[in-house]
Design a protein around this ligand. Sequence first.
Ligand code: TYD
Length: 208
Amino acid sequence: MLITFEGIDGSGKSTQARRLADALRQRGETVRPVREPGGVETAERIRALLLDPALAIADRAELLLFSAARAQLVDEVVRPAIAAGEVVLADRFYDSTTAYQGGGRGLADEAWLDRFHEWVTGGLVPDRTYLVDVPLAVAASRREGQAADRMEASGDAFYTRVRMAYLALAARHPERIVVLDGTLDPDTLAARILADVRALAPADDPTP
Ligand code: TYD
């Protein structure tokens, strides 16, 4: 099974991904957490390029580099782990590219991106995606004190487009993408996510 977490930087999605990993492990599942871009050596090196504030990266190159990192991660880790019956928890997946490069950078239309992601991942679609949605100001205040990476230096107008693109994506895929209010307290959010995952995979629960 593949579960992905999405949201703008500072949304709290990584915290929720970690909490779900812990909860599923307690339930006896074998969990494979991955992050994007990165997760394997080749993709981590691509990540370093992508986030380096000293580099100017053309928008099309940016889209291809994020996707290259994803293709590597899918082949090296995600597919083998799913085949082995593990629960792969991905902190970001191809919806990030649709939101950040498609929406934020204004690259390509959704139909083209859908086909491109299908090619990059070999047709892999998450079983569930949690979109942790927060207003920009909340996300920005949570990022305070951390040095901005190259993406985070893109400005408010960019992040507004990313957020809107995420919400549009969720509206297009209501069967897969669950939108969560990221301003709720982390315990409440974690409980909602776990309940949803339980409903998604009831067969994994020990029957009384
Ligand atoms: P992330 O690992 O969530 O950032 P951090 O470690 O700072 O929490 O993501 C790295 C950045 O890359 C983030 O700004 C989102 C961006 N990104 C894209 O623009 N497109 C993509 O396809 C992916 C996966 C990430």
